[in-house]
Design a protein around this ligand. Structure first.
Ligand code: AHR
Length: 644
């Protein structure tokens, strides 16, 4: 039975409800939204990030995150390979040797250049240097491409260099030739190339006509037609898909990306503005380099272009915290706090201010639409609260108009976790759930304590049991959004995550928009969310439903060994083993499993009550028995109170 009370209006659903979350994950920006077609254009993509170390060709392993977020630990990148000294570049034809040079940098911030020694010459097959792009380059007949490179021939090369866009099989689609004459330090060479034919998997080829030694740096190729035709701009198809979402705001640049592998190597907005060759690249927990070409200024410009508010997330002096991350002591936060203040000043400060002046010099005297900042990502608890308070005080005193968002753990508003935070205007909760969770928990936000805070669901997605995203995921996501609308007095912002995935480097199981160098498409959740945004409810009426007294919860676990995980709410009290063909052990017996999360299951037979549950994720360890049997276990949650 469904009862709708039309005499009482719910809270107004805010215009800010639907935003987007951009993270530099799965090559979302580098080799994705950022339209640069040359991978590793500055030859910096091999350096070991500060604070990490290399062991047998691998960077120090990334500390794992708990299973419940993704299902299987193998979904995570546990290690970072260092493939090559010059990733994405290779040599074609004989007579060419490569090395990295640091004795003559184009700019000290990006100290490496590629030294090309041309030692032999075959004029039918010139020694050539090839950039593979981001798993290919999409070259389209009739389209024009802006080529730019820096060359330094103080080491002796004179002669011609032909630069061509070629198909995967080596057919020339467009080309130009530069003459490098008397020895000179760094010179920029630029041209616009128009393709005679198409290839979705093309490449950029530099062919050398003479012997000699040449230094190269910042080899770049952009389509002329970027989103809004901005130089150093965004890829049209992806930016258009994002703009179509009509997001109220854009959160940037992460995610774990913000946290960094170490504090020392975490992104710093000041490395992402100004001339491209002066931007120190960032190596992130997602296992690849960002050139920072899609930097803070470009991000703010993109927000303005799509009529969205900016929501900038900064590091709170703590890196990805699991085991080997690094952090700054609480009494050393002053420079980090100042850095956040400077970022705000860059975005909205007057042109007479230090950083407002830099913004104007970078081509944008008017303020950008920065409305929110977020203090860290996914950190919470008492230690975080102390940091947060310091940031809040400094930021709010200077910029009271900026919404300050606190990160928090799931359900923290119902605990006392927020008590140690002096001000919590907006709190950010993340929610990656399994299919159907939102249907079973439509009253999830109904149970949240109200206070003088609003809630931002900064990352959400149905991402377990739905492949790479399917109709079931879309329905679950849509119902989750409806539960936010129903609680519009509390939840006023949300963003699905992750937004983008390059099919060639998938860091996360379910994503909204897929692409490779040539194609892009959005998954069905994208259309569900657009539908909800385009036809947003103004308000909700209170609805009461009466359902069956029991409902089935489906634990997820692989094979017979693993963790069964499910969520439960306070009024689903008893978990009953309905069927148990074999042994189910409490995890306490195996130290391998206790490390992870508190496990509440016990050795039980069919029909017995497994345990009283608390709110939140529940787990049961299924360990191997002596015979390596497979198990079939069905659990039922018995509902003991409340109306669902
Ligand atoms: O969206 C992917 C990741 O999920 C984000 O980087 C992180 O914030 C969360 O754990």
């Amino acid at each position: 039975d469904i009862h709708v009370n039309t005499t009482v209006k719910g809270a107004t659903v805010p215009a800010t409800l639907h935003g987007i979350f951009f993270e530099e994950i799965s090559h979302a920006g580098e080799g994705g939204l950022y339209a640069e077609m040359v991978q590793n254009r500055g030859f910096e993509d091999h350096v070991i990030p500060a604070g990490t170390r290399l062991e047998n060709g691998w960077l120090q392993p990334f500390p794992a995150k708990p299973h419940f977020m993704l299902g299987q630990p193998s979904d995570w990148k546990m290690e970072w390979p260092v493939h090559s000294q010059w990733p994405a570049w290779h040599v074609e034809n004989k007579g060419l040797q490569l090395s990295l040079a640091t004795d003559h940098p184009l700019h000290p911030a990006t100290p490496h250049a590629l030294q090309v020694d041309i030692t032999a010459m075959d004029t039918r097959n010139y020694p050539s240097l090839v950039n593979e792009g981001f798993w290919g380059m999409k070259i389209t007949q009739g389209e024009s491409y802006r080529l730019s490179l820096f060359a330094d021939n103080v080491k002796g090369y004179t002669g011609k260099v032909t630069i061509s866009l070629q198909s995967a099989t080596g057919k020339v689609l467009a080309d130009t030739t530069f003459s490098i004459t008397s020895p000179a330090s760094w010179q920029q060479y630029a041209a616009v190339l128009t393709a005679k034919e198409s290839d979705p998997a093309g490449k950029l080829v530099l062919s050398f006509h003479n012997k000699g030694t040449l230094l190269l740096d910042m080899v770049s190729l952009f389509p002329v037609h970027t989103f809004r035709n901005r130089p150093n701009g965004m890829r049209n198809d992806l930016a258009t898909l994002i703009a179509r979402m009509k997001p109220a705001f854009v959160r940037w640049p992460g995610g774990c990306y913000v946290e960094g592998i170490t504090v020392e190597s975490a992104p710093d907005w000041k490395n992402t503005i100004g001339p491209l060759e002066q931007r120190v690249p960032t190596y992130s927990p997602w296992g690849y380099w960002s050139s920072n070409g899609f930097g803070y200024h470009e991000y703010l410009q993109f927000c303005e272009d799509i009529n969205a508010a900016a929501l900038y997330v900064f590091n709170v002096g703590i890196s990805c915290e699991y085991r080997s991350g690094t952090f700054l002591p609480e009494d050393s936060l002053a420079p980090v706090i100042q850095n956040a203040l400077d970022a705000i000043e860059y975005a909205i400060g007057p042109v007479t201010s230090r950083w407002g002046k830099v913004r104007a010099a970078n081509g944008h005297p008017a303020p950008f639409p920065l409305k929110y900042v977020e203090v860290g990502n996914e950190q919470h608890g008492p230690a975080y609260a102390k940091r947060y308070n310091k940031f809040y005080d400094a930021l709010h005193a200077r910029y009271p108009q900026i919404g300050i968002i606190a990160s928090m753990g799931i359900g923290d508003v119902n605990r006392h976790t927020l008590d140690s935070m002096q001000h919590t205007d907006i709190v950010d909760e993340h929610a990656y759930k399994d299919a159907g969770w939102s249907l079973r928990n439509f009253d999830h936000f109904d149970r949240y304590k109200r206070g003088n805070w609003k809630m931002y669901v900064g990352e959400y997605a149905t991402n377990a049991g739905v492949g790479s995203g399917n109709l079931q995921a879309a329905l679950s996501d849509a119902v989750y959004v409806m539960s936010m609308e129903k609680n519009a007095d509390l939840v006023n912002m949300s963003s699905y995550a992750p937004l983008l995935v390059n099919e060639h480097d998938v860091d996360w199981p379910v994503n909204l928009i897929h692409f490779d160098a040539a194609n892009s498409f959005a998954r069905i959740s994208y259309y569900a969310l657009n539908l909800l945004n385009d036809h947003k409810a103004s308000y909700n009426y209170p609805v009461t439903t009466t359902l069956q007294p029991e409902m089935l919860v489906k634990p997820r676990f692989s094979g017979g060994i693993g963790l069964a995980t499910w969520d439960t709410e306070a009024d689903y009290k008893d978990i009953v083993v309905v069927e148990n063909k074999d042994t189910v052990y409490n995890s306490g017996k195996d130290p391998q499993w206790i490390d992870w999360l508190p496990v509440r299951g016990q050795w039980k037979k069919s029909g017995s009550i497994l345990g009283q549950t608390a709110e939140g994720p529940q787990q049961l360890a299924i360990l191997k028995d002596h015979h390596f049997n497979a198990y079939t276990l069905t659990l039922k949650a018995r509902k003991t109170s409340g109306v669902n």
